[in-house]
Design a protein around this ligand. Structure first.
Ligand code: ADP
Ligand code: MG
Length: 316
């Protein structure tokens, strides 16, 4: 049986005059590799910092593994490992010292610490770099070191803010491999990104965030199904265009209409049956049509549509 491990209900968070999260609700099941995707400024970092217990919320409720965030923040900080999007500057600190520093900060320094650090460094491919200065590591290595540090307490939930940003293809794949491996050990992982392609090939479920609101969420298969229903209906008419448009305007499932030559693009909120009824009604007007069907777009097209600014949309 799957169980909800993260339950977010109606969370609002503002910074002075910016509403960063607006009535944000989300459930994440145990063991998911959840991708939070949205353009810059959408509220991803704000949300992840809240999960990590680094920011207070203005309204709403958060429960993590049965613990109420407001009442039990200490427990939550033990079970959520957070990897920020910014690595920081560590003058004169070597890789090994960096890891030891965090062990001390987490109060987990004991006789096994060096062995534990070595195991983690090996896991992220940095064992040979243990003696190198942190500031001299490449971006990809820094990201992997940061992941190793996040794993020190072996948290069951990992929250990673844009872990692939600025990485080349090799390092990106390496990071993905590590996250998949961690996911296979049963951890619940939440990863943010502003690039959809980075998520679809590895996440088990996705949430799309725009201007502080969750606009789409579900497992990958569900989302692909929803995408098809969100794809515009394309109708190509040969004649009687005005009659067809007037019919479309009267059809309740039609949310918007845009015209490009003889092609009519319709935002249509209806299932297959509703589509068939519309097709029959169009034919009943006596119009000749030579195309009727959903435009086949991929998830990327949908994401572009969801995240583009309202004013760029042409709505009749
Ligand atoms: N410390 C802050 N003070 C004021 N506004 C902020 C602060 N942090 C973020 N914001 C604003 O909140 C919104 C969401 O930001 P953020 O959570 O960083 O988005 P993302 O990570 O998706 O790019 C943006 O409009 C951003 O400018
Ligand atoms: Mg961010």
């Amino acid at each position: 049986m799957v169980s909800i491990v993260i339950d977010i209900d109606g969370v609002c968070k503002s910074y002075k005059n910016v509403k960063a999260l607006d009535n944000f609700s989300l459930h994440i099941d145990k063991g998911e590799l959840f991708g939070l995707i949205g353009p810059n400024g959408a509220g991803k970092t704000t949300f992840l910092k809240i999960l990590a217990g680094l920011l207070n919320i203005d309204e709403g409720k958060i429960t993590i593994d049965g613990n109420d965030m407001q009442k039990n923040r200490r427990k939550i900080s033990e079970i959520v490992g957070y990897m920020p999007d910014f690595f920081g500057v560590y003058d004169n600190l070597k890789v090994m010292e960096y890891m030891e520093f965090y062990c001390a900060a987490y109060y987990i320094y004991d006789g096994d610490t060096v062995k534990k650090i070595n195991n983690l460094l090996e896991r992220v491919g940095l064992l040979e770099k243990a003696d190198m200065y942190v500031d001299q590591l490449s971006r990809g290595m820094k990201q992997r070191l940061c992941l190793a540090r996040t794993l020190l307490q072996d948290p069951p939930i990992l929250v990673l803010d844009e872990p692939y940003s600025g990485l080349d293809v090799y390092n990106r794949n390496e990071m993905k491999r590590l996250l998949r491996e961690l996911s296979d050990t049963g951890k619940t992982i939440i990863v943010s990104s502003h690039i959809l392609n980075e998520m679809t090939d590895m996440c088990t479920s996705l949430g799309v965030i725009k201007a502080g609101r969750l606009v789409l969420t579900g497992n990958i298969d569900n989302i692909l199904e929803k995408v098809n229903n969100l794809n515009p209906l394309l109708i190509e008419v040969v004649d009687r265009e005005e009659e067809v448009i007037s019919l479309l305007k009267k059809t309740k499932e039609v949310k918007s209409i845009s015209i490009n030559g003889r092609k009519i693009q319709v935002e249509f909120d209806g299932n297959n049956e509703a589509e068939s009824i519309l097709l029959k009604n169009i034919i009943d007007t006596g119009a000749m049509i030579n195309f009727f069907g959903r435009e086949q777009r991929n998830l990327e097209g949908l994401f572009m549509d969801i995240t583009k600014k309202e004013k760029e949309k042409r709505i009749l």
